[in-house]
Ligand binder design. Sequence first.
Ligand SMILES: [Mg+2]
Length: 197
Amino acid sequence: MTPAPVPIENQESRIQNPPPRGRGALFLDRDGTLIPDKDYLADPAQVELIPGVADALRRARTLGYALFLFTNQSGIGRGYHTIADTHACNARMLELIGLGPDLFAGTCIAPEAPDQPSLYRKPSPRFILESVAAHGLDPARCWMVGDRESDLAAGAAAGIRSAAVCTGKHDAAGWTGRLPAGVPLFADFPAFVATLA
Ligand SMILES: [Mg+2]
């Protein structure tokens, strides 16, 4: 007996409804990128936003980028302040941004001092790699944005693009001779977001 023909799949439907592309994401340094870098910030009352950051984050979110906070906080490892202080400062930053407490899809606070064994401290790419895998992100549409060489190196080690800003460790002149090949430099985070499509 001849088996019944197998129905042909609905090719038209499949073409019109491809699986969603992996999302893009921005991995964002905190101090010197979203807020001014005040050494070993521990007091939420000292948190202020770099101008334009809230609007830039809103635009990035509207464009569909998942947002991650990735911050080295060696003051914890050095014993200058606690991780609870950092959580409090992050909460204050989110309050000032005004886009809700769940703005970031993930947050990594790397607490190690430079001389301590570390898992996540930038330039380690571990947080980025784990987040890309966990959220099914498209690495080709991901950026690491920061004000220090270690931020750019973390992005490079994770296989995503990096962008540098002039609102922290280095101004434009200070980046001269420090910027890795192919890494674009922006005046600030809002100027970077303005280039995203
Ligand atoms: Mg920084």
